[in-house]
Design a protein around this ligand. Structure first.
Ligand code: 5GP
Ligand code: MN
Length: 335
């Protein structure tokens, strides 16, 4: 349905819930908090829910303390959901990406108005309204677009602008990936002219690690990285035991997957992370090399052409062996 109809619906105060994906990143948290700041300015009651912990490098974000964490407070989150008139799903496009929250949503029996704002490929069509654009750099960019379509950019507070900026910075790798369009720079310029301090956001997001994390990166690169020269790929893995040995916290693993791409002979970088009940896999690639298909076809995941994720229920060794087997097959199939 048309967004204009949603805007008419939002003319009277509503109970609104904003939900983003598991293991929320800068774009997920930035989009939720930006929309929360914006919609609150119209008299709506707005509550953002994250499925699990946000990384420590996002805890400075304006409004972060107001987030409800479903994993830590499932009952409170469910109570909020049952009272919602309207739910926004942000930065994901298939309900399985919210894991346990999907069970709560199913219990609402479609009594709620639903909206998806997202930029990932291959969406499921599970909401009443959609602002979806796989060409958008980030969901945060789409929040900026939503605000302009809604027609009240003057109601974008500095807090909202900071959150949008953070989402765009994190999803474009600080304006370096192929999703960095002229529109991204134009929006970033507008946000800066509204008072966003680019340097302080950069420091808050990227320069907050402890010594343990940097030493861990050194260990991974020198002891763990495997280069598959023929496939122009490199991978690393992190076991639960290693994460404990280096006292890694949520967020300490962020950005590690990209590191092998700095080698000129590598186009694909992969990081396997052992979790309690699964292996989480992150894929990154350069320019034309499509890792979304690899994640989707072999690892029950998806994402974008140059940044995708997936998971397996096998152990780390079996997952890596499977990856080494399917990678050459996949690369042959796409050339
Ligand atoms: P990351 O490697 O940072 O977890 O994720 C990279 C990109 O792939 C993000 O845009 C993320 O939303 C997407 N992604 C990560 N894991 C999954 C997954 O399990 N399924 C799907 N469909 N997308 C994922
Ligand atoms: Mn995103």
């Amino acid at each position: 349905m048309e967004l204009q109809e949603l805007f008419t619906y939002l003319e009277t105060p509503k109970n609104i819930v904003l939900i983003t994906h598991v293991r929320p990143d800068g774009d997920a948290v930035g989009s939720s908090l930006a929309l929360q700041h914006y919609l609150s300015g119209f008299g709506h009651t707005v509550q953002s829910i994250v499925p699990d912990d946000i990384p420590s490098f996002l805890q400075w974000m304006p409004g972060a303390a107001s987030l409800y964490n479903h994993q830590r407070n499932p009952k409170t989150c469910f109570a909020v959901l049952t009272k919602a008139d309207c739910i926004f799903f942000l930065d994901f496009n298939a309900l399985k990406r919210v894991e346990a929250i999907a069970t709560d949503i199913a219990k609402l029996r479609n009594k709620t108005v639903t909206v998806m704002i997202d930029h990932h490929r291959e969406p499921d069509f599970f909401t009443d309204y959609m602002l979806w654009d796989a060409e958008a750099s980030s969901t945060a960019e789409l929040i900026y677009r939503f605000i302009h379509l809604h027609g009240h950019p003057e109601k974008m507070t500095l807090e909202a602008a900071q959150c949008i900026y953070t989402g765009m910075v994190t999803d474009t790798g600080v304006f370096q990936y192929s999703n960095t369009t002229p529109a991204v720079h134009t929006i970033a310029a507008d946000l800066m002219s509204r008072g966003v301090d680019a340097e302080s956001i950069h420091n808050a997001v990227y320069n907050q690690f402890g010594e343990n994390r940097l030493r861990f990166v050194g260990y991974l690169l020198s002891e763990k990285m495997v280069v598959l020269a023929e496939q122009r790929a490199a991978y690393m893995s992190i076991s639960i035991q290693e994460a404990e040995r280096f006292s890694l916290s949520t967020g300490d693993k962020e950005g590690i997957v990209n590191l092998p791409l700095s080698m000129k002979e590598v186009d694909i970088a992969v990081l396997f992370t052992e979790d309690k009940d699964r292996i989480k896999i992150s894929f990154r690639s350069k320019s034309h090399v499509n890792v979304e298909g690899l994640a989707r076809n072999f690892f029950k995941g998806g994402g974008h052409i140059n940044a995708a994720g997936g998971s397996t229920r096998q152990n780390l060794a079996d997952t890596i062996a499977y990856f080494e087997k399917v990678l050459p097959e996949y690369l042959t199939s796409i050339t």
